[in-house]
Design a binder for this molecule. Structure first.
Ligand SMILES: [Zn+2]
Length: 351
């Protein structure tokens, strides 16, 4: 038996045991959900569009056999809020966990919040106080230390040169560099939850030395991956997991790249409320009519228990899995089993 087959069969054995308890239905872990987003309270662009359906969203997640959701923390206050959402939620079949980090797009706002400054991205001077950045990150690490059972990954952090209008390159780099440094020194045994957009070279130049030096033994995931085949291969060589959602599967090129992700490094996510699979996406064809058993309404026409058109939610992970199974040419159940096991390993959870 090849090493790969051996590994796959071992994976299947472990997962099969837990499957029997859930009538052989594939189970899912969504590793990226922005549950603190106001859209899940029915609020769009600051206006109440419909009543909060937060509980209904999680109910549908449960019905679709999600057993765990990783809520994304993208700045200090959102990380605190994510911890609270997770700790307040109690359910026998669905567990909520979260990440804690400072997203590159939030870097300037976080700096302003820390220093009481009012710099706008267009007029940021580029002269930043490293100590202020360090204090912000230490506050974040304190949240992580106080919530070891809830906060399971460090991030979201990284670089995003597609959205410099939120944070200029220089401050993005400072926050990325300082988070890498202080996370590595923190002694926290957690994986990294990474974001890289249009910044591959800088991202790798800054991150890889830490990985090569063994500073992050739990590795990490490059979530919402949309890069090229070469970029994918760089990450694969470093043993990083690749997180795939609807945004990773928009174009023919995206699909050609996603197909090459080794199964043992694949993680699935929705990035809800963003990144749903749309009819205009190349991936939509691969769904072959596969859809969720819920009515979908425009937000203005919301009725109880309807999904909202254009708002992604964790239950949609079923569709991402379907597309990936088609791309990889493996049965949906087999793909979800392997990915489920990968997700447990990534989060350092036993079951
Ligand atoms: Zn992201």
């Amino acid at each position: 038996m090849s090493l790969r087959l051996l590994r796959l069969s071992r994976v299947s054995n472990v997962v099969r045991r837990s499957y029997t308890t859930s009538r052989n239905h594939p189970m899912f872990i969504d590793i990226a959900v922005n549950l603190s987003d106001p859209q899940f309270q029915g609020i769009y662009h600051g206006k109440q569009g419909h009543e909060s359906d937060f509980n209904a969203v999680l109910e549908r997640a449960k019905e679709q056999k999600l057993t765990k959701i990783l809520v994304t923390g993208t700045d200090l206050s959102e990380t605190k809020e994510s911890v609270k959402i997770c700790n307040d939620f109690h359910c026998d079949y669905l567990e909520l966990y979260c990440t804690g980090g400072i997203h590159p797009c939030s870097a300037l706002a976080e700096y302003n919040a820390q220093t009481g400054g009012k710099q706008k991205a267009t007029e940021a001077e580029g002269d930043y106080d490293i100590n202020a950045i360090g204090s912000r990150i230490q506050d974040l690490l304190e949240v992580a230390r106080s919530n070891p059972k809830t906060l399971l990954a460090l991030g979201e952090f990284g670089l995003d040169y597609d959205r410099l209008h939120f944070s200029p390159e220089k401050i993005q780099k400072l926050f990325f560099e300082q988070q890498l440094k202080l996370f590595a020194e923190s002694g926290l045994d957690l994986p990294l939850f990474l974001h890289s957009r249009a910044a591959h070279k800088d991202f790798c130049d800054m991150l890889y030395p830490y990985l090569k030096a063994g500073k992050f033994p739990r590795g990490g995931v490059v979530h919402s991956f949309t890069g090229t085949l070469d970029e994918l291969q760089d990450h694969v060589k470093m043993g990083l997991y690749i997180g795939i959602n609807g945004c990773s599967l928009k174009t023919k090129e995206n699909l050609d790249v996603a197909k090459e992700i080794p199964l043992e490094l694949l993680l699935l996510e929705t990035d809800a409320p963003w990144c749903e699979i749309r009819p205009s996406h190349e991936s939509h064809k691969l769904l072959q009519g596969h859809k969720l058993p819920y009515e979908s309404k425009k937000k203005e026409k919301f009725v109880e228990n309807s999904m909202i058109k254009g708002r992604c939610e964790p239950a949609n992970i079923v569709l991402v899995a379907k597309v990936m199974a088609e791309l990889k040419g493996v049965p949906l159940e087999e793909l979800t089993k392997v990915v489920y096991e990968n997700s447990l390993k990534f989060l350092n959870l036993e079951k």
